[in-house]
Design a protein around this ligand. Structure first.
Ligand code: NDP
Length: 322
């Protein structure tokens, strides 16, 4: 099978197309024939060595396709089922092994591309809006990188709940996309002081919650945008890791809360995984959640696609086709 492999840490050029044997599913595993691969920032962190991996490795964290073969002890899935999964290490390939516990069925009417585009970023937006800070109608949230993959989905969910959504983006084109998704106010943080803008937009009250995936360049400002006892949900570091913080700052800035959540802790049980995946995939099916699949690249262009993500040239979801 064709697969992308990384033999060393480095730039996009270390993503090499290779031929590998199709793996056989072990106990509790399913062999997935990959039809669409969702690209995510975490693959860049592994490639650059920010997250540690054993090399050589095939990158990947999300895929949708068809069950090809079930290993011993797999219940609830059979060959031919249309499925999707997150946490599929090695999904940049024609086939991938997936623990059945991580697999969900894709409803009829949802394509593999839609499933691969929706699962990881959609469930992330879902836990942020419904669990980390269960948003209520009338509350105000700030979402950084509002035209990004998670940003567009989180904006739609927050707006549907009835929250006021303020977003930050770097370009006018991204601002337009963010407004279309439901943001009432969009700040060009590449040109404007986003803290001053948030203060102005909220009559100096601050927002109830900041969803910050940008990290290094926004972290300090995000804390300064919160109302007393507000929450900073720092869920990524697209601009780099944040500096260490003295907890006394949380007190002086208004008895604030910070959390550094990750999706894996919000799909800990089978029930939680199925509930979040089912909400997201059924909203896609009904049209309540709109996906922006900006580009579908062939597997051979994985390096180029990662480069586009790294250089802030993408909006919505980037997919690979095996
Ligand atoms: P995005 O599509 O949001 O892409 C990242 C965006 O961040 C860019 O488009 C850009 O938007 C903005 N950005 C700001 N500064 C930089 C910079 N220096 N370099 C690159 N981008 C920058 O990606 P995703 O939606 O896939 O993921 C967003 C973040 O969320 C990632 O950090 C990812 O790791 C994290 N994440 C965390 C999860 C969790 O559970 N904790 C799960 C899923 C994702 P702009 O040009 O508008 O500034």
């Amino acid at each position: 099978m064709k697969a992308i492999q990384i033999r060393e840490i480095g730039g996009p050029e270390v993503l090499q197309l290779v031929d590998l044997p199709i793996p056989a599913p072990g106990a509790g595993q399913v062999l997935l024939r990959v039809e669409s691969i969702g690209m995510n920032f975490i693959e860049l962190y592994f490639r650059k060595g920010q997250y540690k991996a054993t090399l050589p490795m095939t990158p990947g964290s999300e895929a949708a396709g068809t069950v090809e073969e079930c290993g011993p002890g797999v219940n609830g899935f059979r060959p031919g089922d249309s499925v999707a999964a997150v946490g599929v290490l090695g999904s940049y390939a024609e086939y991938a092994l997936v623990p059945a516990a991580q697999l969900v069925k894709v409803p009829d009417g949802v394509t593999p591309e839609q499933a691969a585009a929706a699962m990881l970023q959609g469930m992330t937006a879902h836990y942020l809006a419904y669990s980390t800070w269960p948003l209520k109608a009338g509350e105000t949230c700030l979402i950084h990188a509002g035209a990004g993959g998670v940003g567009l989905l989180l904006t739609q969910m927050a707006a549907k709940i009835g929250a006021r959504v303020i977003t930050t983006v770097s370009t006018e084109e991204k601002a337009e996309l963010s407004r279309e998704a439901g943001a009432s106010d969009v700040i060009l943080y590449s040109q404007q002081d986003f803290v001053a803008e948030v203060k102005r937009l909220t009559n100096n009250k601050g927002v109830d919650v900041v969803y910050d995936s940008v990290g290094k360049t926004t972290f300090e400002g995000s804390l300064n945008c919160l109302r007393p006892r507000g929450l900073l949900a720092l869920f990524g570091g697209s601009s780099g890791p944040v500096p260490a913080i003295d907890p006394i700052q949380l007190s002086s800035k208004g008895s604030l809360f910070i959390t550094r959540p990750t999706l894996w802790h919000y799909i800990l049980t089978r029930d939680e995984l199925e509930r979040r995946a089912s909400d997201v995939l059924n909203w896609v099916k009904s049209g309540d959640l709109k996906l922006r699949m900006e580009h579908i690249y062939p597997l051979t262009e994985a390096g180029h696609a990662q480069c586009e993500m790294e250089n802030r040239r993408t909006t919505g979801k980037i997919l690979l086709e095996p």
